[in-house]
Design a protein around this ligand. Structure first.
Ligand SMILES: Cc1cc2nc3c(=O)[nH]c(=O)nc-3n(C[C@H](O)[C@H](O)[C@H](O)COP(=O)(O)O)c2cc1C
Length: 171
């Protein structure tokens, strides 16, 4: 079976923990996890099923290692690849910028040819604005996780999402 490449960045460890939950839920033998702090564009080439994870920092900004990797990321050809994104944020304290970085990351993958996967309902979240929602506002363009306000929901959200993307990835 072809492997899934999971690429994440983190400042304070939450996204790394969620990456590990996703890996365990999908099957530790299927998912290969890469910290973007040490990744290169070449690492992406070996996968046709990819998961991208990023928290949003400082009022809608990219996480720092994703920021450093961004120029290289923008040049990656995602054609023929299916890409599912997840993002971490805080819907109460950063309600106008909730999960923005996930949206920015998703948009580049799609612009560069990716088939997107893993959209989820915005139901159950309260926020004012987000760059990570579809035009009708009904879906996030990936999995939204809020470890600051709703940590008790993380496990269930991950389990449901993994079941969904396993189908979309045809695993
Ligand atoms: C100073 C600061 C700025 C933040 N800015 C945002 C933001 O603009 N949008 C958002 O959704 N979350 C924001 N957050 C929440 C983080 O994304 C959240 O705590 C996340 O779980 C951190 O993930 P990490 O531990 O992987 O770095 C911010 C948190 C802090 C402390």
């Amino acid at each position: 079976m072809s492997k899934v490449g999971l690429f994440y960045g983190t400042d304070t460890g939450n996204t790394e923990r969620v990456a590990d939950l996703i890996k365990q839920a999908m099957g530790a033998d299927i998912v290969e996890v890469h910290d973007v702090a040490t990744a290169t564009a070449k690492d992406f080439a070996q996968y046709d099923k990819i998961i991208l994870g990023q928290p949003t920092w400082y009022y809608g900004e990219l996480q720092s290692s994703w920021d450093d990797f961004w120029a290289e990321f923008k040049d990656i050809d995602f054609s023929g690849k299916t890409v599912a994104c997840f993002g971490l944020g805080d819907q109460a304290d950063y309600s106008e910028y909730f999960l923005d970085a996930m949206g920015l990351m998703h948009d580049i993958a799609v612009e560069n040819g990716a088939t997107p996967a893993g959209y989820t309902s915005t139901e159950g979240f309260e926020f004012d604005e987000s760059k990570a929602v579809t035009e009708d506002g009904e879906f996030f363009v990936g999995l939204g996780i809020d470890e600051d306000q709703q940590p008790e929901l993380t496990d269930e959200r991950v389990q449901n999402w993994v079941a969904q993307i396993k189908e979309e990835f045809e695993l």
